[in-house]
Design a protein around this ligand. Structure first.
Ligand SMILES: NC(=O)c1ccc[n+]([C@@H]2O[C@H](COP(=O)([O-])OP(=O)(O)OC[C@H]3O[C@@H](n4cnc5c(N)ncnc54)[C@H](OP(=O)(O)O)[C@@H]3O)[C@@H](O)[C@H]2O)c1
Length: 285
């Protein structure tokens, strides 16, 4: 049995789908089972993984655990991961796969965000379970934040339009996670997961435009103005910090690219254009 934290998230939902399709028994954790809309083949369990002591009954018979740091409380995810894995190990768990980020290995953005992932990785290593880390580039799903502007004015107003990253399709992260949760041969690997091409923000906006058959543009704003606009929308302070800190660095030097998908999945990584075509409805009026 495999326990998936963050099961309703961008990656977790795809992991649950893949594992169920593969015939695996899955315990899918969510704080709100009524709204989860997870596949019928999964055991959907209500619980908060940032409070691991409440999850003991869900851990019975679990062989492998997927750690999604957001679901374990981000800033406090290291400590929650340590507790959850200690309980899982007591129940006989053997493997753990942690969703992490390239910034752990290729510094970019504010150090405190990398430290969150590092704390999770450290807790995972200390657990004694066989571990796999998935150090991903930025997820394509982050581009959904542009959808309201694209739908209303066909313009993305942002900072650092030339910042370039090899954005990854979240289904690719999930595909590697599903393999590592099931197959012990991935133990001991810290995989750097990226998309196939380094793309600037402007290029990503153009590719979304191609997917919806509309000319879109990127309008450069001073970073501080964007930050103030995000705070005025009521976003928590760490959202602009997380975004602008890393974009500033990726404007100076593009984020990393890897060929891990070919190695692990025997196929190329999915492209941003493919992601945009799949998600075109979100960007159309
Ligand atoms: N976005 C990126 O570019 C990127 C890159 C590298 C790594 N990552 C990391 O990869 C992990 C998975 O990303 P994802 O996009 O799949 O995650 P997500 O969709 O943002 O969140 C996963 C789940 O966590 C729970 N959750 C969300 N916000 C929460 C909060 N404030 N407190 C407690 N629980 C919360 C929700 O589950 P329920 O409501 O069902 O409980 C949600 O479905 C995250 O830890 C993320 O930091 C992201």
């Amino acid at each position: 049995m495999i326990l998936v934290t963050g099961a309703t998230g961008n990656v977790g939902r795809e992991v649950v789908n893949l594992l169920v399709d593969d015939g695996q028994e899955v315990v899918a954790l969510t704080r709100n089972p009524a709204a989860a809309e997870l596949p019928g083949g999964a055991h959907v369990v209500g619980g908060d993984p940032s409070r691991p002591q409440t999850l003991i009954s869900a851990l019975s018979g679990v062989e492998a655990v997927l750690i999604s740091p957001r679901a374990l409380g981000d800033a406090t995810a290291g400590a929650a991961t340590a507790k959850l894995l200690a309980l899982a190990a007591e129940q006989g768990a053997e493997r753990v796969v942690a969703l992490s980020a390239v910034t752990v290995q290729y510094a970019a953005g504010y150090r405190r965000f990398a430290d969150t992932f590092k704390a999770v990785e450290d807790a995972v290593k200390a657990s004694g379970l066989r571990w796999t880390f998935l150090r991903s580039a930025d997820y394509a799903a982050n581009a959904l934040a542009w959808a309201p502007q694209i739908r209303s004015v066909s313009v993305v107003r942002g900072a650092y339009g030339d910042a370039a990253t090899s954005t990854i399709h979240e289904r690719d992260v999930a595909a590697v996670a599903a393999k590592a949760l099931v197959n012990p041969k991935h133990a001991g690997h810290a995989y750097v997961l990226t998309g196939p091409h380094s793309l600037t923000q402007r290029e990503k906006v153009r590719l979304i435009g191609e997917a919806i058959g509309k000319e879109l543009s990127f309008e450069e704003l001073p970073p501080e103005r964007l930050r103030q606009a995000m705070l005025a929308q009521g976003l928590p302070e760490d959202v602009p910090d997380r975004l602008l800190g890393s974009l500033a660095d990726y404007a100076r030097q593009p984020g990393p690219s890897s060929n891990t998908m070919e190695q692990v999945l025997n196929r190329p990584a999915l492209t941003f254009a493919e992601w945009a075509a799949e998600h075109a409805a979100a960007f159309r009026n």
